[in-house]
Design a binder for this molecule. Structure first.
Ligand code: T4K
Length: 378
């Protein structure tokens, strides 16, 4: 097959960006001096302010992870009944609906962007529909204009799962300003992280009050608890790491832009591989992920073959997102989960492979990974 040697150590799909120990130690000293570890401390307050600017959004609320943030987003808008979403996403997206007693209704995707197909949303609306929960998959923006048009026509709310979209902009506008609420994940595996963490962004001061109550048990003051909230608070150590990481995010993004270019250069001419879609000129991407699609009929090998063989070379690519959420045992009985309703998602789910992508990866490593993939072609 190839005389390329396996990598001496595992190459994972991603590696977290680590600040220096010294930077973290310095911030820990501040936290120790303040004697404040969580519950809206000074690091939390400063990070909320800094992220509001960095993401170019009017309001932002920090959370202990993106999943709890999304659960609270649904609560804050009082969603119920059915919410239209995509099957091509991480498990958290439909699960937050279930945790709110809402039925996820799966809508097919646009195979080019791998995002929810805005032209198909209308056909999924019923009298029970209250919202659209769309995902900017791999940081590629959804068709935000069309989605808003449909939502406005039917009086629906729009929530964006922007877990992958830190720093993405459309026409200079922060991606978190579209729809009613957007959720960002700051998990360790993301381009920007707070170890674990997340945020909700939106344009409404009253909504911020409600979200901040919901993430703190609904406690208004020592004498009043005004709604059944949850514990969604980000602690001071995570917030401090987040403040440091703001100084790393653009450097990491630039390294990934370079690695994207190498993947594109090496794989562009390979029949049977579809590379990440180019974006409109006014879109600023974050280059967090590099995803290919493998058409078995043309490439001669299936995605699963490539995934398995790469592991023999110590390359641990990932099948994000396979299985589709509509294939999970908890959802596959839903009418909207049937493969007949989701033809594009079912094809993409069988073809997709997330390649190693992180700033610490050498360009030569990327070239070698591409050479290994090309050696599989038959
Ligand atoms: N919505 C969407 C669309 C999402 O993608 C996610 C999360 C969410 C919502 C929920 O947000 P959070 O509640 O998580 O904030 C990873 C992440 O854990 C998850 O946050 C992320 N999406 C998902 C796409 O990827 P896994 O199960 O693939 O993670 P894991 O542990 O297999 O890590 C992937 C690779 O990263 C490992 O093979 C090695 C490397 N790694 C990982 C960790 C944690 C390290 O080198 N060091 C580490 O500390 O879900």
């Amino acid at each position: 097959m190839t005389n390329l040697e396996p990598f001496p150590e595992r190459i994972y799909v991603t590696r977290p960006v680590f600040p220096t120990i010294e930077e973290v130690t310095e911030k820990l000293r501040d936290i120790w001096a303040a004697k404040w570890l969580t519950n809206n401390g000074p690091q939390h307050t400063m990070l909320e302010h800094e992220l509001t600017e960095a993401l170019k959004v009017p309001y932002l609320s920090l959370f202990n992870n993106g999943t709890i943030a999304l659960i609270v987003a649904c609560q804050s808008l009082r969603l119920s009944g059915e919410v239209i979403t995509t099957p091509f996403t991480f498990a958290a997206t439909p699960h937050v609906l279930s945790w709110n007693n809402i039925s996820p209704i799966f809508c097919d995707i646009d195979p080019a962007t791998m995002n929810i197909d805005a032209d198909k949303i209308e056909s999924m609306i019923t009298p029970h529909t209250t919202a659209i929960l769309a995902v900017h998959v791999f940081g590629t923006p959804c068709d935000v204009v069309k989605i808003q048009e449909v939502a406005d026509r039917y009086g629906l709310r729009v929530i964006y799962d922007a877990a992958h979209a830190f720093g993405v902009e459309i026409g200079g506008r922060g991606i978190g300003t579209f729809g009613d609420i957007s959720m960002f994940s700051f998990h360790a595996t993301k381009l920007y992280h707070t170890v674990e963490g997340g945020a909700l962004t939106h344009g409404d001061a009253h909504l911020k009050q409600r979200i901040d109550l919901l993430k703190n048990f609904g406690i208004k003051n020592e004498d009043e608890v005004v709604m059944p909230g949850i514990n969604g608070k980000l602690n001071e150590i995570s917030a401090a790491v987040g403040r440091i990481m703001l100084g790393y995010v653009e450097g990491e993004r630039l390294k990934r832009i370079r690695l994207h270019a190498v993947y594109n250069e090496e794989l562009a001419e390979v029949d049977g591989l579809t590379l990440m879609p180019p974006c409109a000129d006014d879109v600023k991407l974050n280059y967090q992920y590099y995803v290919i699609r493998i058409d078995e009929k043309v490439f001669g090998r299936s995605r699963d073959f490539v995934y398995d063989e790469l592991r023999k070379y110590n390359v641990f690519a990932r099948k994000y997102f396979h299985p589709l959420c509509s294939e999970f045992t908890c959802y596959r009985q839903l009418n909207s989960a049937s493969p007949a309703n989701l033809p594009a998602a079912n094809v993409v789910g069988q073809q997709v492979l997330s390649m190693p992508m992180y700033g610490g990866l050498a360009e030569d490593d990327v070239r070698k990974i591409c050479a290994i993939i090309k050696s599989f072609k038959c």
